[in-house]
Each structure stands twice: as structure tokens, then as C-alpha cells.
Design a protein around this ligand. Structure first.
Ligand SMILES: Nc1ncnc2c1ncn2[C@@H]1O[C@H](COP(=O)(O)OP(=O)(O)OP(=O)(O)O)[C@@H](O)[C@H]1O
Length: 607
């Protein structure tokens, strides 16, 4: 009888749940007390291991529960089976038993249920002790003691059930957790941050006690309108920081002091904070909400007077909790949040950095600038269903396109930074009520703007980045509606074509394979982020070609020909002057010179 046989006899009836020797989490451990030189026994132990595994497999197939009871019956702490080989019962066994504690099991099942619910709504969370998502708005009353009147107002606004971002962001903010929330365009992020504020602030006290920052004045006004709607049942005072002319500074100061919630661009608020004669204190601010948060971290750290620096000024002026919201997420935002937000919860709905799946997207190759105008007019001919948003890359191009379309018989208007605030407000209002069918705009309107019923977005100029694309096309297909986005592109736009094609593919739209396989030049893409591409003027009137562009694009042979032509043109001119001189005719310059001399001569000497 060898060692293996003895071991087999002694361990009859015993079950080894996991592999023994060298494997973690085993219930029993064989502690080799052998000297290193005893190799034979070592080999035996290996064999024993394999045998035990096999036995265990067979036993568990016959009766799973029986094996459990066998193991539990064994009360000895240690089994001396061989000289030098000892089986030790692991102390962790009692711990494992406690895992089956009914309380813990209940909690575990509940957690699994919450995760399943989140998965159903495409919600992903990263963070510690994340509050569970809301089933419906009434839960706000039962779980968080939110006033019934506030919940009723929400329902009156037509919000019958919470959107996924609202399901998860509302409990987080109501439990005082700092969050970075990323959810698709048009998915109700505004209400997701306004509602908890109204509950937390309770009765009006002034302050201000909550700040909402966003990148544009238009968006600030839109958030303000939504805040007025949702806070109708409360006495809270919400204000938007309007123009900050020197004459109005004092007026703004008192409005801010009396308000509970302030909505502003970082720029305007910083301007007021920097005024010597203005005493705005942000020390009472409890919550700082940043909408379109990733926009605040665009550009490099070295750049001056950026949103990032303005945000730093504001966060230093108040010791508030932070919540960041956007449809897109960037590494710069993630880094800042990691360093500045304690107990952070990262909350994502759907795919990060994806276009809204409710928007049907297509790419149209137009060849060149005149091709774009032609493609646009073809779209109009086929019939546009207003309201339509048309994006161009600069205010000059917005003006040019407006001039072209003005007489095309469509109600068109334009909005850009060169228009006065009153004009901009007027245009937005007219577009909302349907007086304007086609609105030409720049990146100014790309983020956050919520125009009900926009069913077509035309990217007349290719977006400078995939992030800009996601926000632009997200002006259509909002709040559960469907929409369409058409993006024109020319040979000049290939730098960003692949990334935008990937975004389209991710949201389920058809894109040609070659676009996804294209090489991308990261330097060119970075340049495009800083400075927009130079494009030919939008015009049906033939213009002189841009000489600089011509020089770049014309091949050398062609260039030589062109230079020859220019030279011969110059020579022709010279020849004409020469001929004129020969014939005794004077050039214009010569005539003017002569006139001046004559005038001098005519001046009276005795003055
Ligand atoms: N629970 C809800 N049920 C129905 N509609 C809702 C709900 N919550 C918000 N909405 C509506 O959805 C639309 C889009 O909301 P909102 O502007 O807040 O979107 P967003 O996520 O901030 O979009 P963006 O990323 O473009 O800024 C609004 O018209 C709003 O009234």
C-alpha cells in the first residue's frame, strides 16, 4: 500500500470543493510539511489532487447537496493523513457560511434587481454606493419627500415618466452625490438637474444658493425658461444673467443677491465677479451645475480667458457640490472631475459619444462649394418639412448663404455672433413659433438648443469634429421624436470623415466601408479644431479665383502656364503704355502728376 492508497482510504467520504495546493480560495489546504528533497511525495500529491478533482466532479454530478452535508459534518480542524502531510480546514469557512446570511442574500438580490433595471434603460454607473434608479416620478415623494406639487408640475409639463438620465441623476443629486452625467442629446438632462435643485433649496432665501453654467447666452435663456416652468409650484426665484453693461452692473448685482438659482455663461459671471464696484458673493452656493460640461474643457490649458479658467474662478469663489452634464464626454473633463470631485459617480446613458439613434443620418458628396449650393437647392425642390436648421462654419459664411437663399422663396433667417442680442432673441423666438422655416446658424446653436419639432439638420459645412457633429445632429429627433440629418462633404473634408462615419455607424446608419478604413491625420484634425478650413465663397456669382489657393492647388506645369499668362498680361500692359508714349498719349498717372504740378504753379506767390 503506497502513500496514495493510504490517502484515498483516509479521505473517503470527504469532499474537496476546489483544487488543493497552490490554488487560492480552497476550503482545505494541504500543507506540505515535507522537506524539499522528498520529491516522490510531491509527485504523489499532484496525483492526489487530480484524483480528488475527478472524484469531486463525479460526486457533484450524483448529488450536489449531499456533498455539502458531508463537508459540514466534518468537525476536525486538522487531519493528519500522512507523515508530513496535513490537511487543514480553512478558517474562511465560517466567513463563507455568513455570506448566505438571509439579510445579505436579500441585499444581494435587490442589488441585482437594481442593476437589471439599469441595464433595461441603458444606464451605466461607476462609483461607490450608487443610489438605485427611479421607477417613476411618484417615487420622488415616497423616497425623498419631494413635494407633491413639484411632482404634479412635472407631470403637467407632459413628463409622464422619467427619461433614463432622470431616473439615475435625480436620486444621485437628491442624495447629495457629485456626478458627471453623459446622456444622448434631447434626453431631458435639463430637468434632471433642475428638479433636485428645487427640492433641495426648499423655501426662497436668496443667496444665490445654486448656479447653473452653460456656454451660450441662448442656452442660458432656454434653461431659464425651463426653470420657470418647473419651479412654478415653488416660491423660488430663478434669474438669468443678462447683458453686463457698466450701467446695468448694480442692477444685476441686486438681482443675483435676491435669486435662489442663477443661470449664466461663465464669461458673464466672471465679468461681474471681477468688477470692483460689485459685491457678488457666491459663498452661499450649495450646488454648481455645469451644462455642456465638456465644452468647458476644450482648448489647451495654456490658452487664456477660456471657459476652463472662468470655471476655475467660479469654483474657487464657492465651495459648492458639482454636477456636470453633457451629451459628450472627453478625457479632459474626466481628468478634471477626477481631481476636483470627491465621491464622484460617473453616469452614462447609452453609448458614450454617440449620436442620437432617433436621427437618421446621411452623407452627401458635393464635390465643391457650388456643388453644395446645388445639393441644397435640390433638397428644397424635393420638399423640406420645416423647421430646418442649417449649420455653417463661420458667421461670414452664414451671411453669404443667407444672401443666396434670401430670394429662393423660403422663409429663411440667420443667427450668428455679429447680430445684436435683441436680433438673436427675435430670430430664436420666430423660429420657435414657425415664422422662420429655415434657420442658418453657426456653432453658436450647435449645443443644447431645444427647438421642438426640428426634423432636419443640414450640415452645409462639414463639422470640425465628431463631438460637434453629435451635438449638431442632436438638434433633431429630440424627446422621443425622430429626425433626419444630411451632411455635405467635399474633397477638403476628408480629415474628419472617418470619425464622423464611425459615429454614424454606431448609431445604426449606413456608411460605406471605405470611409471607416480611411487614414486620419491627427495633426490636420487638431488644426481644424483650432481654425476652420478655408473655403470658397458661397455664391452663384462667379468670383475671381483665390490666388493663394490657386498657387497651392495648381500643379507646377499648370502654374508655369498661369505665370506665363500673367507675365504676358503684364507685358501687354507695358506695351500699351509704351505705345501710348510713342503716340504722345499720356498715362493716367502721368496726367495726375501733371495736374499737381500745374496746381503748385498756379499758387499765388505773395500770400
Ligand atoms: N421626462 C420627460 N418626458 C418627456 N419629455 C421630456 C422629459 N424630460 C424632458 N423632456 C423634454 O425633452 C426635450 C429635451 O430636453 P433637454 O433640452 O433637457 O435635453 P438635453 O438632454 O439637455 O439635450 P442636449 O444634450 O441637446 O442639451 C425638452 O423639450 C423637454 O421638455
Amino acid at each position: 500500500m503506497d502513500a496514495y492508497d493510504i490517502f484515498k482510504k483516509l479521505t473517503k467520504g470527504l469532499t474537496f470543493k476546489h483544487r488543493v495546493l497552490g490554488v487560492k480560495n480552497n476550503d482545505y489546504k494541504i500543507k506540505p510539511m515535507l522537506k524539499n528533497e522528498d520529491i516522490k511525495n510531491d509527485i504523489d500529491l499532484k496525483r492526489i489532487e487530480d484524483e480528488i478533482e475527478l472524484k469531486q466532479e463525479i460526486e457533484s454530478n450524483v448529488s450536489g447537496s449531499q456533498t455539502e452535508s458531508h463537508a459540514s459534518e466534518e468537525s476536525e480542524d486538522e487531519l493528519q493523513i500522512l507523515e508530513g502531510v496535513r490537511i487543514e480546514k480553512k478558517k474562511e469557512k465560517t466567513k463563507k457560511k455568513s455570506k448566505l446570511d438571509p439579510e445579505k442574500l436579500k441585499k444581494k438580490l435587490e442589488l441585482e434587481e437594481h442593476n437589471r433595471f439599469r441595464n433595461e434603460h441603458g444606464i451605466k454607473v461607476v462609483g461607490r454606493h450608487v443610489p438605485c434608479a427611479l421607477k417613476d416620478f411618484n417615487e420622488l415623494v415616497s423616497r425623498y419627500n419631494v413635494s407633491k406639487a413639484l411632482v404634479d408640475t412635472v407631470v403637467q409639463c407632459g413628463y409622464t415618466e422619467p427619461t433614463p438620465i432622470q431616473r439615475q441623476a435625480l436620486p444621485c443629486l437628491l442624495e447629495g452625490r457629485q456626478i458627471v452625467a453623459t446622456a444622448p442629446t434631447g434626453s431631458g438632462k435639463t430637468a434632471a438637474f433642475l428638479l433636485p435643485l428645487f427640492h433641495i433649496l426648499g423655501a426662497p432665501q436668496g443667496g444665490p444658493r445654486a448656479l447653473v453654467l452653460c456656454p451660450t447666452r441662448e442656452l442660458a435663456h432656454q434653461i431659464y425658461r425651463e426653470a420657470l416652468r418647473l419651479s412654478a409650484s415653488t416660491q423660488l426665484r430663478c434669474s438669468v444673467v443678462k447683458s453686463v453693461k457698466q450701467s446695468k452692473v448694480k442692477e444685476r448685482e441686486s438681482t443675483i443677491r435676491r435669486s435662489d438659482v442663477i443661470i449664466s455663461t461663465p464669461n458673464r459671471l466672471c465679468y461681474l465677479l471681477n468688477q470692483d464696484n460689485v459685491g457678488i458673493a457666491l459663498d452661499k452656493v450649495q450646488w454648481l451645475i455645469v451644462d455642456e460640461a465638456d465644452k468647458m474643457f476644450e482648448g489647451s490649458v495654456e490658452e487664456v480667458d477660456t471657459f476652463r479658467q472662468q470655471l476655475d474662478v467660479i469654483t474657487r469663489a464657492c465651495s459648492a457640490k458639482l454636477a456636470m452634464f453633457s451629451a459628450t464626454h472627453t478625457p479632459a473633463l474626466a481628468k478634471w472631475a477626477r481631481h476636483n470631485m470627491r465621491g464622484l459617480i460617473n453616469l452614462t446613458v447609452g453609448h458614450r459619444n454617440a449620436a442620437a439613434s432617433s436621427v437618421q443620418q446621411e452623407l452627401v458628396f458635393c464635390g465643391n462649394e457650388s456643388g453644395k449650393l446645388l445639393a441644397f437647392r435640390q433638397l428644397v425642390q424635393r420638399g423640406l418639412r420645416p423647421p430646418v436648421l442649417v449649420f455653417v462654419q463661420s458667421k461670414d459664411r452664414a451671411k453669404q448663404l443667407f444672401k443666396e437663399l434670401l430670394y429662393d422663396g423660403i422663409n429663411v433667417d440667420v443667427i450668428h455672433a455679429d447680430r445684436t442680442q435683441a436680433q438673436r432673441d427675435n430670430v430664436v423666438r420666430s423660429f420657435r413659433v414657425g415664422r422662420i422655416w429655415v434657420l442658418i446658424c453657426t456653432e453658436l446653436m450647435g449645443r443644447g438648443m431645444d427647438f421642438r419639432g426640428v426634423n432636419l439638420v443640414i450640415n452645409y459645412d462639414f463639422p470640425p469634429s465628431a463631438i460637434a457633429y453629435i451635438h449638431r445632429v442632436g438638434r433633431a429627433g429630440r424627446a422621443g421624436a425622430t429626425g433626419r440629418a444630411v451632411t455635405f462633404f467635399t474633397q477638403d473634408d476628408v480629415a474628419n470623415l472617418r470619425s464622423i462615419a464611425s459615429v454614424m455607424r454606431q448609431s445604426g446608419c449606413a456608411v460605406p466601408e471605405y470611409m471607416l478604413a480611411m487614414k486620419q491625420d491627427p495633426n490636420k484634425r487638431k488644426q481644424l479644431m483650432k481654425r476652420a478650413l478655408r473655403r470658397d465663397k458661397i455664391s452663384t456669382v462667379l468670383e475671381k479665383p483665390d490666388k493663394r489657393k490657386l498657387d497651392k492647388e495648381t500643379p507646377d506645369s499648370e502654374k508655369a502656364k498661369t505665370t506665363e499668362e500673367v507675365k504676358s498680361g503684364k507685358n501687354k500692359k507695358l506695351r500699351r503704355i509704351e505705345n501710348n508714349n510713342k503716340e504722345g498719349k499720356k498715362s493716367k498717372k502721368q496726367l495726375e502728376k501733371g495736374k499737381k504740378i500745374m496746381k503748385k504753379k498756379k499758387k499765388p506767390k505773395n500770400k
